[in-house]
Design a protein around this ligand. Structure first.
Ligand code: ADP
Ligand code: MG
Length: 457
């Protein structure tokens, strides 16, 4: 088969397994350049696409290639200068190979591409439309809406704080998505604090200077930084963040931050940063009330085309009160349970499921799950519990954490402990990552379903 025909076939299939937005953004302008000696080279228009394909879609591409008869050992994503329609960007990328996401001015003609790259950190799943507003979050919601209408004007910076899984990320990403929808040329930069830290560290280590890094963040029109509590104890990074903050704030650019606690309670945060964070609007978000929880369940079920009976929503909203992430987890569990058995999610099934404890297979221990996961991936227990950061160990480790959460509902600290980790935020982030991967058809999803199937076989 000709390379282009083969690639068309691959793209056709990829299109079916990722969202429309993802497809257009990451796959549209790609091509198969060559296949030789076990290496498939795929041409991509810019560094953003390269990064994203490598990080997020590599497994999927491998899988679809295999379906089409190609079983390469690895894929190389190459920035391909001959590719339309992003001439300017390619130049920039070539000047700065392997460097930071481009932050220079781009001509109007390639605005569409800019939009895509600046969407990089945003997940289009998080919108205002699918965010349920109730007493616990209405103030935060209103502030975010006001910002989306006029970024940089009011509430700058916005500092949202509240416990885990109550919708902070959803809401601050919704701001970014709404601004982009209204004005696609806006430079939105969304970054988790961890990402900010990692990029800073990499810049110091590999490039010995941080000017590209600084330039990238400082060229944003809207900078959204999630979970800034992770700046605690990181002096150098706080300093960098301080300068970024000032540069943007002085230029009337919008800053949005989230944290699990208010600025005054973030330990070892430099005073000057603390006061900057608090100089705009600081809002706390609470766990949603019963009605809001029910509405969230309806929306989440609806997004999977499932009509959830009100009685089931009420049952779950009563049972799971801790936070929305848990609530969503319980709902997904119910839907999977019903799906597997071909029954409707009605009150009888759901209460039976909870009452009989079938939802929580108590006979399966945490140790057992970790062992099963390790075995599934041909990784030793020593490796999965150990400190190694190789990808072929990290992913199984993350999946093991996810499994402990989804199957045994263990707390994050407990999960971290089971995997020999001290810091429970590692568990939160690992599980987050796997949950994100599960939202599309890739190897992770396939492996997780296989694991679950075998666990209950
Ligand atoms: P946080 O960042 O506060 O830890 P997230 O924003 O990640 O929490 O929310 C966890 C999950 O709950 C997400 O899937 C999010 O879509 C959902 N969620 C939280 N609050 C709401 C809400 N009010 N309406 C709809 N979904 C919500
Ligand atoms: Mg979050």
């Amino acid at each position: 088969m000709q390379e282009s025909t083969l690639w068309q076939a691959v793209l056709g299939e990829v299109e079916l397994s990722v969202s429309r937005g993802n497809f257009v953004t990451w796959f549209k302008n790609t091509q198969l350049i060559r296949e030789k000696d076990g290496v498939v080279v795929i041409g991509v228009p810019n560094i953003f696409v390269k990064n994203q394909l490598e990080r997020k879609f590599n497994d999927l591409v491998l899988k679809v290639l295999a379906k089409n008869g190609l079983l390469p050992e690895r894929i190389e994503y190459k920035i391909h200068t001959g590719m339309a329609p992003a001439p300017r960007r390619d130049e920039d990328v070539l000047k700065n190979p392997g460097g930071f996401r481009e932050a220079s001015k781009t001509p109007k003609s390639s605005i569409a591409n800019v939009t895509h790259s600046y969407r990089q950190g945003l997940n289009e799943r998080y919108t205002f439309e699918n965010f349920v507003v109730g007493g616990s979050n209405e103030l935060a919601y209103a502030a975010c809406q006001a910002i989306a209408k006029k970024p940089g004007k009011k509430y700058n910076p916005l500092f949202l704080y509240g416990g885990v899984g109550i919708g902070k990320t959803h809401l601050i990403q919704a701001v970014g998505n709404a601004i982009l929808a209204a004005k696609p040329s806006t430079r939105i930069v969304y970054a988790s604090t961890e990402q900010f830290v990692q990029e800073f560290v990499d810049a110091m280590r590999f490039k010995k200077n941080t000017s590209d890094f600084a330039g990238f963040y400082r060229s944003a029109d809207v900078l959204i930084v999630d979970d800034v509590q992770f700046l605690a104890g990181k002096e150098k990074i706080q300093e960098e963040f301080f300068h970024t903050f000032n540069a943007l704030h002085q230029a009337n650019k919008q800053l949005i931050m989230s944290s699990d606690k208010p600025p005054k309670d973030i330990p070892t945060l430099a005073d000057r940063l603390r006061s900057r964070f608090a100089m705009g609007m600081t809002i706390d978000m609470q766990n949603p009330d019963f009605e809001t929880r029910c509405a969230i369940l309806h929306i989440k079920a609806g997004s999977q085309d499932i009509n959830l009976p009100q009685a089931v929503a009420e049952f779950l909203a009563t049972r799971v009160q801790s936070n929305v992430r848990e609530l969503e987890g319980a709902l997904n569990q119910v839907l999977a349970y019903c799906d597997m058995r071909g029954v409707e999610p009605n009150l009888q099934t759901v209460s039976l499921m909870f009452e009989s404890g079938k939802a929580r297979p108590k006979h399966i221990s945490a140790r057992h799950i970790v062992e099963r996961t390790a075995k599934h991936f041909h990784v030793s227990m020593e490796e999965i519990l150990g400190p190694k950061r190789d990808k072929d160990i990290v992913v199984p480790r993350q999946i093991a954490m996810y499994m402990l959460r989804s199957e045994l509902h263990l707390s994050f600290p407990k999960i971290a402990h089971e995997l020999g980790r001290k810091d429970h935020t590692t568990a939160i982030h690992s599980i987050d990552k796997i949950e994100k991967e599960l939202s599309y058809e890739g190897l992770v999803k396939q492996n997780v379903s296989e694991l679950k199937e075998r666990l209950y076989a």
